[in-house]
Design a protein around this ligand. Structure first.
Ligand SMILES: Nc1ncnc2c1ncn2[C@@H]1O[C@H](COP(=O)(O)OP(=O)(O)O)[C@@H](O)[C@H]1O
Ligand SMILES: [Mg+2]
Length: 383
């Protein structure tokens, strides 16, 4: 049980792709990985490079294969085909224990009969680390996650947030090569979740530990990640920075899954190389032509516009669509207006307006002109 990771991995060969991609900067590599459960391909020929020190989020709906991918990296599942490498060493058939991975699960999975210190020190005891060293590293880990002083508590004497911190400390204390977090904050209430997200980000930056974070919550993914892999049905649909994913989704699925979006029926006016011009009412907007391959000039396209890119028209503005306010929803800092408009694919458009004008001016039943506030958007051919 005391075999250092280097020994455990020394027999493993590097994959050609690892060498080619600059192994120094790549912490985790999946190369054509497929995992089936019976007839279902939980992961379908997935390739992914996770950079050293980055926080990569796997984002996608329930059942898309996020946990399966995490378990394959952790060594808790073996792929049917494809290869996995950690720090440039092939680990496809290396056991979980020898991969030097830290993992936390959705339900914390703390040992109920052990106190906090014993829970956090568990992985070090398994690795036969000397007692004094364990005490020091456990104390450091508890300080890092701000739980110093609670060493003697049992898990049942802790709040949900504190239990999640203990789970994080337990994963970090072994100084893992990669930290794997499976929906760690999903059981926490909204405020606590937000503060844990910020804290995790700070700790992750401070330690520089390569992290793969799983969530189905798009706002969590946008706020936490260096890069996001958006998944659907066992495949990665798009890999990019939060801003790329939000502003330049490659397909309708990504555009709809990440962030609120309005889908409006518009007309393709022209294509000039990489840029296309789309007309909606009296308004024109530029979109990348890449997502409109094969669309003919004059045909109907679906314009995807974020709520914050729409606003009520003011005199002199081009009216993109006319609608009737169906409902207003007070959100504190702003007001969400739900507007019935025939141009919307769903029949309804969501706008975000400042609080003061939202509540007084745009009551249910009020007619409203909608303008495009952005000079760029994205459009796809109708589904
Ligand atoms: N042990 C298993 N046995 C059978 N099917 C499984 C097993 N684990 C996962 N699956 C199936 O594989 C797919 C992906 O599951 P999972 O990776 O858990 O998704 P996610 O974590 O994104 O919700 C789902 O269709 C799920 O039902
Ligand atoms: Mg899961």
């Amino acid at each position: 049980m005391s075999i250092p990771a280097e020994d455990a991995l020394s027999a493993a060969a590097q994959t050609p792709a690892t060498r080619a991609s600059g192994e120094e900067s790549i912490a985790v590599e999946l190369d054509g990985v497929t995992k089936r459960f019976g007839k279902i391909a939980a992961l379908d020929d997935v390739s992914l490079l996770v950079r050293r020190g980055e926080l990569m989020t796997l984002l996608g709906p329930s059942g898309c294969g996020k946990t399966t991918l995490l378990n394959l990296v952790g060594g808790f599942l073996m792929p049917d085909s494809g290869e996995i490498a950690i720090d440039g060493q092939r680990v496809t058939d290396v056991s979980a224990y020898r991969r030097e991975i830290g993992i936390t699960f959705q339900n914390y999975a703390l040992f109920p009969h052990m106190n906090v210190a014993a829970n956090v020190g568990y992985g070090l005891r398994m690795r036969r680390v000397a007692k004094a060293e364990i005490a020091r590293r456990v104390a450091d880990a508890l300080a890092l996650i701000k739980l110093a002083g609670l060493e003697d508590r049992k898990p049942r004497q802790l709040s949900g947030g504190q239990q999640q911190r203990v789970a994080l400390a337990r994963a970090l204390v072994i100084r893992p090569k990669v930290l794997l977090l499976d929906e760690p904050f999903s059981a926490l209430d909204r405020n606590l979740r937000a503060s844990m997200q910020v804290e995790l980000k700070e700790i992750q930056r401070k330690l520089g530990v390569t992290t793969i974070f799983v969530t189905h919550d798009q706002s969590e993914a946008l706020s936490l990640s260096d890069r996001i892999a958006v998944m659907a049905e066992g495949r990665i649909r798009q890999l990019g920075s939060p801003d790329e994913i939000y502003r330049r989704p490659v397909d309708r699925f990504v555009a709809s899954f990440v962030g609120d979006v309005n889908v409006l029926r518009a007309r393709l006016e022209r294509i000039d190389g990489a840029i296309a011009t789309v007309v909606l009412g009296a308004a024109r907007v530029k979109v990348p032509s890449r997502t409109l391959q094969g669309a003919a000039t004059g045909c109907i396209v679906d314009l995807f516009v974020r709520p914050e890119e729409l606003r009520p028209t003011e005199p002199g503005m081009a009216v993109a669509a006319d609608g009737i306010v169906a409902a207003q929803s007070y959100q504190g800092g702003h007001v969400d207006l739900y507007v019935d408009a025939p141009e919307a694919l769903s029949g309804r458009v969501l706008l975000r307006v400042p609080r003061h004008e939202g509540m007084s001016r745009w009551r249910a039943g009020a007619p409203i002109g909608i303008a495009l506030a952005a000079d760029e958007a994205i459009a796809f051919r109708p589904a």
